[in-house]
Design a protein around this ligand. Structure first.
Ligand SMILES: [Zn+2]
Length: 295
């Protein structure tokens, strides 16, 4: 039986570390731990052993950093080798315009990726900027969810000027709220509780049924009270387990989640059912070692 779906994990291989460049050093200092280097196959093993599925997220911020993106092709190949455990989300840098729109189509139609990841802070764009609208329309047309980072970030944290990264791009209202309003058929997962704008994320979710939240990047024992309270009640069908691996190990996340003040009747939804519904995974038909059954 699949025990949980971790909707937010990052590749942490040599390629990813090259893409992060000097940002990595500061992230290591901020999170007070070195970023482990493991291959996607080893990452799949880690989740396989725990009877969990994991969404792995690529990232392309090339127009900002000048560094090569994570390869959507390599990610898709790793997902194909580990199709019993991994779910792939591709990435495009929205500033690439028409190229980015084409790449969204290629990710979904040719590579079989199941969603797209966006990081407005390091990609330096506003979600409600009309120039990036076609990228999100393409995701909606292809019926794939988008995961969008919200709130502050460990990238650049503790460096003078935060290494030029502006937190304004992570603010839910108006940017994420506008996007959700403009493309109501687009399913949006707000990544992380959105701190320091948790209440804004909650408000957006109350108001817009196409917006979800993953709890990643935050130790469950330190989750803001309002997030837990809403996950226990009004938003119980739209809150998702995410670790932000390698920043948080799923074992640590699970043990702290067990101790946190979530009601027993919402735990299964948060751990797997909400994600299964969103990603179109038939949990009852999952067989160890066989490809994930999509509906
Ligand atoms: Zn993350």
């Amino acid at each position: 039986m699949i025990k949980a779906i971790d909707v937010h994990t990052h590749p942490s291989d040599a390629c990813t570390h090259r893409r992060q460049g000097e940002w990595l050093e500061h992230a290591e200092r901020y999170f007070k731990q070195p970023q482990t280097e493991i291959t996607l196959d080893q990452q799949a093993d880690l989740y396989r052993e725990r009877e969990m599925l994991a969404v792995v997220l690529a990232l392309d911020e090339e127009t900002v950093t000048g560094r090569p993106p994570d390869s959507n092709d390599e990610l898709a190949a790793a997902v194909a080798r580990n199709s019993d455990v991994l779910v792939g989300f591709g990435s495009v840098d929205p500033a690439k315009g028409a190229l980015a729109v084409r790449e969204v189509h290629r990710c979904v139609e040719d590579l079989g990726l199941r969603g797209m990841k966006f990081m407005p802070l390091t990609q330096a764009f506003f979600l409600d900027d009309p120039s990036v609208r076609p990228v999100f329309e393409a995701c909606a047309d292809l019926s794939v969810p988008v995961m969008i980072h919200t709130g502050t970030t460990g990238i650049g944290a503790g460096a003078p000027g935060g290494m030029g990264i502006r937190l304004k791009y992570g603010r839910p209202i108006p940017h994420l709220d506008d996007l959700a309003a403009e493309i109501p058929q687009l399913t949006i997962i707000g990544a992380h509780p959105g701190w320091p704008w948790c209440e804004e994320m909650i408000a957006v979710m109350w108001h817009k049924a196409n917006v979800f939240m993953d709890l990643s990047g935050w130790a469950p024992k330190y989750l803001p009270e309002s997030i837990i309270q809403n996950a226990n009640t009004l938003l119980k069908d739209r809150v998702l387990f995410g670790s932000d691996f390698p920043v948080f190990h799923p074992d640590r996340w699970m043990s702290e989640f067990a101790e946190a003040d979530f009601r027993d009747e919402v735990r299964d939804g948060i751990l797997r059912e909400n994600a299964a519904r969103l990603l179109g995974i038939n949990l009852d038909a999952c067989v160890p070692g066989s490809p994930i059954p999509y509906t």
